[in-house]
Ligand binder design. Structure first.
Ligand code: URA
Length: 251
């Protein structure tokens, strides 16, 4: 549901943003918690615009269609399953768990990987940015257990590297050597544990992994555990490569 520019029932709007159950809206209006910017009378079935409503005097959370850029710390899991430990969703306001449509990560980072993670409730965008067809470049900085052999960049660029258990080789990728045990690797696929498995395939072992870029996006000034929201207007429709973070917005 796009809630920004079309009128929707107040109870549906608040329910979809996770503020409350729809049946609770009447009481919230009565208690003055939910109000109209022009002080117009409200009922649960009043058709309203997202921007007309205040919750405890504050504008509502962003409507559906949002994209969140997060600096994922290592140790958090990209899953909705509470049983898996601390989740990346724990860094967001608790009521966002109740949003419909649901917020999901755009692809995943391993528990032990830190860095740039995108989340959205826009299913079409999620599909576009994770589809192998779109080949969004992602850059990972890796720390290696052993010094490089010297032939890794050529092997990764060749498009012939086979990962254990897979039937097709990895697409060519670009390795930048920072020093003997530190590299930046740009890949355009998103296979399971891809970077770790690529280094395993050339006899090395990744001891730390950090994603620094997703398309043209960077973490900018964000600190570990922080996030910012890209507004609807700031998200290009066509090329994910042009996604640009605009400003920090901590809710
Ligand atoms: N490759 C990996 O091995 N892990 C990640 O989290 C991302 C890419």
């Amino acid at each position: 549901m796009k809630t920004s520019n079309s009128k929707v029932r107040l109870d549906k709007l608040l329910g979809s943003l996770g503020y409350c159950a729809r049946r609770e809206v009447a009481a919230l209006i009565k208690d003055g918690i939910v109000t109209h910017t022009e002080n117009l009378p409200l009922k649960p079935d009043t058709k309203v615009l997202h921007e007309e409503i205040r919750f405890k005097g504050e504008p509502l959370d962003p409507p559906s269609g949002m994209v969140i850029l997060m600096y994922k710390p290592a140790g958090l899991v990209c899953s909705h399953d509470e049983g898996e430990g601390r989740l990346v969703y724990d860094l967001l306001p608790p009521r966002w768990r109740m949003r419909d449509p649901k917020i999901s990560t755009i692809g995943r980072l391993d528990k032990d990987t830190s860095g740039l993670l995108l989340l959205t409730d826009d299913g079409a965008l999620l599909h576009r940015l994770t589809s192998p067809k779109h080949k969004v470049p992602k850059v990972y900085e890796a720390t290696l257990d052993r010094p490089l052999n010297g032939d890794e960049a050529a092997i990764f660029a060749s498009g012939t590297l086979m990962l254990h258990g897979e039937k097709t080789p990895c697409l060519p990728s670009k390795l930048t050597i920072l020093d003997d045990t530190h590299v930046a690797l740009e890949i355009t696929e998103g296979r399971y544990h891809q970077v770790r498995r690529m280094f395993a395939a050339v006899g090395n072992h990744v001891t730390a992994l950090h994603r620094s870029h997703f398309g043209d996006l960077r973490l900018g000034d964000l600190k570990e555990g922080e996030y910012q929201i890209l507004t609807q207007e700031e998200i290009p429709n066509e090329s994910p490569m042009r996604l640009q973070p605009i400003r920090n917005q901590h809710l």
